[in-house]
Design a protein around this ligand. Structure first.
Ligand code: SF4
Length: 819
């Protein structure tokens, strides 16, 4: 039999209207075969071969290569053949649909499923033993069974297993056991009826909450009503939004309230993302307000794997980790998902306690609890990083309309964070530091590991252009990196199979992950032309660093937004909007932007620009003492706490060396690397009332994501826009931005710097009672490239209004004015 055109098998799935005619009470549930064909009850362990996860991008590529090869070899082969079936159970009609990897239209038809894996033999043994306990086998049998129902012919079923390590392959046939399959099918359909009923209840609960979902305060703050109305209107008009709102407006509740209300009205949830775990508290507090004022929304905060893991290393397989072993079996046996669904607040403590009690992985449990939660608070990673964890969740989308809403907090961080995901580097110095730990390993592994470490260093150093003494753009040879990656993965499997105990911060894991994540991205950018990526070599006295730089992650971000109905990104610094819209992947015809002004009296703030001071590289030397003196003299006018925010630590130290403390003041300084406890101690010190000048850097722990309530701060000095270093990497970025956005300098230097300066300046006034002085030092703060980033309420017409001819007098008068 020949192949003629594109085939589709199975019943034509009826749409809601047809079914409604057939049976007015029936409810349609659409379900993908991957989601449908799982053991009932679920069983198995957390493992790369568990069959519950999404295919990796590497796996997808291997699939496509094999399918192309099959098509060439056999004219009766067709790839990606759609197959579907409907099953009626209880009040539901389950529409099950999927795609077979390959179909051979032979005398006896054959269905082939391609599975790629790192551990080929292991997967082969697992599959040959488990016909009804492994999702892969059930998936293949489901294709076979559906085909049999359509044609009355039992097809051949085969796996094509392929190694991602060395491309070795194995074909493995399995029998379609119709009787066994039908027994499983009965159980599974019963289970699906239960799940659908639960999903229906969840949706009904959300819709009910939405109807009486109240604003959690008696009176919204000034400006907050407008913010809520703006977001509500944007949602109504189906517009994605970028909202700039200053501190004090109550912006978290202002954005979350309308987003959540609308999501709940569709039976959906909100995913609230922040750049740092430490910023989760603000959102958690807002949710608590909703809960305390009578809205029983269920909240879940996702904590990073490294913080949740019970083992020395998060090495998730059943051989190493008892919490991964039989995870799915234990979760089902103990009915843990039902237990989780009864809780209102799901935090780290809940998952750890359950994990400990039932010997199951607490991190994985968090992800399983997501469907039941009405709000999910997590780091950007879970939505935007490659292979993000939330993306692999199968949604039981039944009865809910559309998709969840996404709220992005501190959104000025998004462009650079997203670029970082795709900008890995490999350093020979970092690798050399691993040598000491490798030498502590038993010789049977340590010797080979050290030889491979040397080879890795050679590959890096081999990319140094002859005679290069500076950071230089280079072309990297993908093959070299892939070959090394294959060798390291071979070492890793030997290591994991040995009896050597895995230690915290295990060096072999670190080495293979370090190399592997670089190679994955290099592979992605080498195989397709990507102008937003480039590669460089930075020489070092003992070697060098090869780096991939992504200077525009907007395309990747765009695809992440596809998982959401509405997107609201907000921050106190999102200007110019056009820059953030483009680099955040939000630039589209119906994007809505809105800026809100500070709700506090302008007279409580003295904002000044001192253009006579220059922090340009060539002028710095001459200006250090002027800057030191300005800080001393302005601080002396009013005892209290001040922070001087510098563009870099070098700069900070130069000024500090010349600085004279005003009488009665103390001084503290941010260190280059500072433990959280030490920075906490400084913040505590600022509460003591002892006048203090803090020397800190812009873009650091004291200038973003930190609050100084009440009298904790009476002044901030922002010393120059902290322009990124002028080097080959930045200059290549500038070229890219020039070509794509016609604003090379602004995108590469001015706007990223101003985001930090405006954040630093925003620390002073945090409540209506706060009074304070903000002094920006540098003439560039008057130039258009920089003023475009300033909030609307800083000046009326021009930033020149902030220049004073008698600074000390004006500041003294400001402090003398009665409150
Ligand atoms: S406890 Fe740690 S190692 Fe075990 S499955 Fe969870 S994250 Fe992985």
């Amino acid at each position: 039999m020949g192949s003629h055109g594109r085939r589709e098998f199975g019943v034509v799935l009826s749409d809601e209207k047809d079914t409604a005619v057939k049976n007015a009470a029936i409810k349609i549930v659409k379900i993908a075969i991957r989601e449908f064909a799982v053991p009932c009850p679920r069983s198995g362990s957390i493992d790369a071969n568990s069959g519950y996860g999404e295919a990796s991008s590497q796996g997808i590529e291997i699939h496509q290569l094999i399918q192309a090869k099959r098509e060439k070899e056999d004219s009766d082969y067709q790839a990606e053949v759609k197959i579907a079936r409907e099953f009626e159970r209880g009040e539901y009609l389950f529409q099950v649909e999927g795609r077979m990897d390959g179909f051979f239209d032979h005398q006896t038809p054959k269905i082939e499923e391609i599975k790629s894996t790192f551990a080929l033999t292991k997967l082969s043994v697992t599959l040959s033993e488990n016909h009804f306990d492994h999702p892969y086998s059930l998936q293949l049998q489901t294709y076979g069974y559906f085909y049999y129902l359509d044609h009355g012919v039992v097809p051949e079923l085969a796996f094509y297993l392929v190694s991602t390590r060395n491309r070795e392959s194995e074909e493995m046939g399995i029998e379609l056991d119709i009787e066994g399959y039908e027994a499983w099918l009965e159980l599974r359909l019963e289970e699906l009826v239960e799940q659908a009923r639960l999903a229906e209840k969840r949706v009904a609960r959300r819709k009910k909450i939405s109807k009486s979902f109240a604003f959690p305060f008696e009176k919204p703050r000034s400006g907050q009503i407008e913010l809520i109305e703006t977001v509500e209107q944007g949602i109504k008009d189906n517009q994605r939004m970028l909202v700039q709102a200053p501190t004090g407006l109550g912006k978290t509740v202002g954005v979350l309230y309308p987003s959540l209300k609308e999501a709940l009205s569709r039976g959906q949830r909100v995913v609230y993302v922040t750049p740092k775990n430490s910023q989760h508290t603000v959102a958690e507090d807002a949710i608590e307000q909703f809960q305390n004022t009578g809205s029983p929304v269920k909240s879940l905060t996702i904590t990073a794997k490294s913080k949740m893991c019970f083992k020395a290393e998060p090495l998730c397989n059943p051989t190493y980790c008892e919490f991964a072993r039989d995870y799915y079996t234990k979760v089902a046996q103990n009915d843990l998902l039902t237990e989780l669904s009864k809780k209102k607040k799901l935090t780290r403590r809940t998952f750890k306690a359950l994990g400990e009690k039932h010997e199951v992985c607490p991190f994985e449990l968090q992800l399983e609890a997501v469907p039941e939660a009405d709000t999910v608070i997590c780091d950007y990673n879970y939505v935007f990083a490659p292979q993000s964890a939330l993306r692999r969740l199968p949604p039981m989308s039944f009865a809910q309309e559309g998709k969840p809403n996404l709220v992005v907090d501190e959104a000025h961080n998004l462009p650079s964070r997203a670029m970082d995901y795709y900008s890995p580097s490999l350093s020979s110095v970092v690798l050399s530091y691993m040598r000491e730990d490798i030498r502590k390993l038993p010789r049977r592994i340590g010797k080979e590991a050290e030889e491979l470490l040397d080879e890795c260093i050679q590959v890096i150093n081999g990319n140094k252009p002859i005679g290069a003494t500076r950071h230089t753009e280079v072309k990297l040879d993908l093959d070299e990196f892939v070959k090394m990656d294959v060798k390291l993965r071979g070492l890793l499997s030997k290591y994991l199979e040995s009896d050597i105990e895995i230690q915290p911060k295990d060096v072999i894991l670190k080495l293979t992950f370090y190399w592997g994540s670089f190679t994955d991205i290099l592979q992605g950018i080498t195989e397709s032309e990507r102008p937003e990526f480039f590669t460089t070599f930075q020489p070092h006295p003992t070697g060098g660093v090869v780096k991939i730089t992504c200077c525009d992650a907007s395309e990747m971000l765009k695809s992440a937004y596809d998982d959401f109905s509405q997107v609201v990104a907000f921050s106190a610094t999102l200007k110019p909007f056009d820059y953030y819209a483009k680099l955040s992947g939000l630039k589209e015809s119906n994007l809505k932007v809105a800026e809100f002004q500070s709700p506090f009296e302008k007279s409580n703030r003295k904002l000044l620009i001192i253009p006579q001071i220059s922090t340009k590289y060539s002028d710095r030397e001459r200006n250090y003492s002027r800057i030191a003196e300005t800080i001393t003299r302005i601080s002396a006018l009013m005892p209290g706490n001040y922070v001087a925010f510098f563009p870099s630590f070098d700069f900070l130290e130069k000024v500090l060396a010349l600085f004279s403390l005003p009488a009665g003041f103390q001084i503290v300084k941010q260190e280059r690397s500072m433990h959280a406890n030490d920075s906490e101690a400084i913040l505590e010190h600022l509460k003591t009332g002892a006048p203090t000048v803090v020397f800190a850097v812009q873009g650091g722990i004291f200038s973003e994501g930190v609050d100084y309530p009440g009298d904790m701060l009476v002044g901030a000095f922002v010393i120059g826009p902290p322009l990124p270093h002028f080097d080959v990497e930045r200059e290549t970025m500038r070229k890219y931005y020039d070509e794509h956005y016609e604003k090379g300098f602004d995108y590469a230097y001015a706007y990223p710097a101003m985001a930090k300066s405006v954040q630093a300046a925003g620390r002073v006034i945090r409540s209506e009672k706060d009074r304070g002085v903000i002094v920006l030092m540098d003439g560039r703060f008057l130039e258009a490239s920089y003023t475009q980033s300033m909030p609307q309420d800083w000046f009326k017409e021009s930033a020149r209004e902030l220049v004073s001819t008698s600074i000390l007098k004006e500041v003294a008068e400001f402090w003398e004015k009665p409150v």
